[in-house]
Design a protein around this ligand. Structure first.
Ligand code: SAM
Length: 322
């Protein structure tokens, strides 16, 4: 197993199944153009082999399937069937929920029990303004159906000043009533926001601002979270939990255990680094040839992690998954 000076190792793998997405969220895609799949995306079989090799070479225990939007990918079923047989501790999926109801039987059959659904507002017109695609009612129905099918749901919301700050409390109430856990994600300096400090600062809402807003209505206590969790978790006694992924306010780089694989075969050891390492060519090779080369790249990828704080990166989230 590869471990760095800070004791960090790769335990959690995030796979961006495709860079294609049926939304074009303002904070992710500045020009509003929906991304299509890259021409050189790996096949489902090659990506699954990548997971198998990374389990061996890096000690991956948990997998999250993301994108782009994973539910638009024709590779989804073949990929999930293959990784479902690898003995991973946990497989979960992050989606915008637009195709959730349609794909639910497939997800249930593949053994997915935990979903993160991105939802930035309960206001249909603000939803169209931020997501620039999809339909709010369809997402809410999809979450209802998934919950009824026994899925544990976390809702991801990126609070944005001037766009959806008025939705913090309605979304929190909506989630508490239904047993979903709301995760606020502090806006990250990714993609176009990495080079545009004004645009970032105009929209950024901090952990402290969120907590004061929530504190006007609810009492909350800090709750337990795994050592390598990226979210700070809170309990509202008798009602439920919420969390904040506070990459600016409470940086989590010191305990980060994440590794990312893009749909075109690039390994990313850190969201904040522009370094990436190509493994697409190794996935056609037999195990005994691929693993030593992969291990050398994993050492470099682990070295890309930041020491303390997340400073942002020019890569667009859709390319490497959130
Ligand atoms: N399409 C899926 C979805 O919508 O959840 C998966 C991919 S999306 C890139 C994953 C997550 O990244 C979403 O929750 C999205 O809100 C978040 N995200 C994208 N750009 C972000 C940014 N600049 N800051 C914070 N979160 C961001």
């Amino acid at each position: 197993m590869i471990v760095d000076r800070q004791g960090r190792r790769f335990r959690n793998l995030r796979i961006s199944l495709t860079s294609a997405c049926n939304y074009a969220c303002t904070y992710c895609v500045p020009n509003g153009k929906r991304l299509v799949a890259a021409q050189d995306e790996l096949s489902a079989e090659a990506m699954a082999r990548g997971v198998a090799y990374l389990i061996e070479a890096a000690g991956i225990e948990r997998l999250r399937i993301t994108g782009g939007e994973p539910l638009v990918s024709p590779k989804l079923e073949a990929f999930m069937t293959a990784v479902g047989q690898m003995g991973l501790e946990d497989i979960s999926l992050t989606t915008n929920g637009q195709l959730l109801a349609k794909k639910l039987p497939l997800l249930v059959n593949a053994g997915i029990r935990r979903l993160n659904v991105s939802l930035d507002t309960l206001d249909a017109s603000a939803f169209r303004g931020i997501a620039r695609g999809g339909d709010l009612a369809t997402v809410l129905d999809g979450m209802n159906e998934a919950s009824a099918a026994g899925m544990k749901i976390k809702v991801n919301m990126v609070p944005l000043r001037g766009q959806n700050l008025d939705q913090v409390m309605p979304l929190l109430d909506y989630c508490l009533e239904r047993g979903y856990e709301l995760r606020f994600i502090e806006l990250m300096r990714m993609g176009h926001l990495a080079n545009d400090s004004n645009a970032f600062l105009q929209q950024f809402v901090s952990l402290q601002q969120l907590l004061s807003l929530i504190g006007e209505r609810y009492e909350y206590l800090q709750a337990d979270a795994p050592v390598d969790a990226t979210a700070v978790r809170y309990e509202i006694p008798g009602q439920g939990h919420f969390g904040v992924i506070a990459n600016e306010s409470v940086p989590f780089c010191r305990t980060c255990s994440r590794l990312r694989l893009s749909s075109t075969g690039w390994l990313h050891g850190c969201l904040s680094s522009s370094n990436r390492h190509y493994i697409g060519d190794l996935l056609d090779k037999p195990r005994h040839q691929a693993l030593p080369a992969l291990q050398r790249l994993l050492v470099k990828a682990l070295g890309d992690k930041q020491e303390v704080a997340f400073s942002g990166g020019a890569t667009v989230m859709k390319i490497i998954g959130g």
